[in-house]
Design a binder for this molecule. Structure first.
Ligand SMILES: [Zn+2]
Ligand SMILES: [Zn+2]
Length: 162
């Protein structure tokens, strides 16, 4: 369900589109509604599948034209976990400093904040004569299930079906 944070981010994105004089077509509206109604990290394929659930007229081409706008606006961030596909994170508008841990098998993604890590990053940067502008911490790991069973039962539906 969309919450207040989603709604703020969506409004900022619509403002961004109107500043760029871009029309909000019906397809694009469905994609925007979909992207800003979740806190999950999604792939292009997943956004396509979710959007199609709302409206069958949404095409893959419109997904691929809309994603760069979402990232350009700064409200959705593209993330690379070293897979063949990127993930998109809609949570940066509200939580600009969060980090990620991802299961290497089922691709479950969990977010976390850590003041300790931020302090450490500042310390290291200062020591090297830099000051931190942005940071990105991603941990690839084994989830409980992977540790226990050697494989995760529920594979991510982020993997392209075709
Ligand atoms: Zn995130
Ligand atoms: Zn797993």
């Amino acid at each position: 369900m969309a919450d207040a944070g989603n709604k703020r981010a969506k409004k900022r994105f619509l403002d961004f589109l109107s500043r760029k004089k871009l029309r909000v077509t019906l397809q694009r509206k469905v994609i925007i509604d979909t992207a800003f109604s979740t806190h999950q990290h999604f792939t292009a394929d997943q956004l396509f599948a979710w959007s199609r659930r709302r409206d069958k007229s949404v095409s893959r081409a419109t997904i691929y034209r809309t994603l760069p706008l979402l990232t350009e606006s700064g409200l959705v961030r593209e993330m690379d976990f070293g897979k063949d596909y990127k993930f998109y994170d809609p949570n940066y508008a509200d939580h600009p400093h969060h980090n990620h841990i991802i299961c290497q098998d089922c691709e479950k993604i969990v977010e976390f904040d850590s003041e300790k890590i931020e302090k450490l990053e500042n310390e290291i940067s200062r020591r090297l004569g830099f000051s931190v502008k942005a940071h990105r911490l991603q941990i690839t790991a084994s989830c409980e299930e992977l540790k226990r069973l050697g494989a995760c039962k529920k594979k991510s539906d982020k993997i392209p079906q075709s």
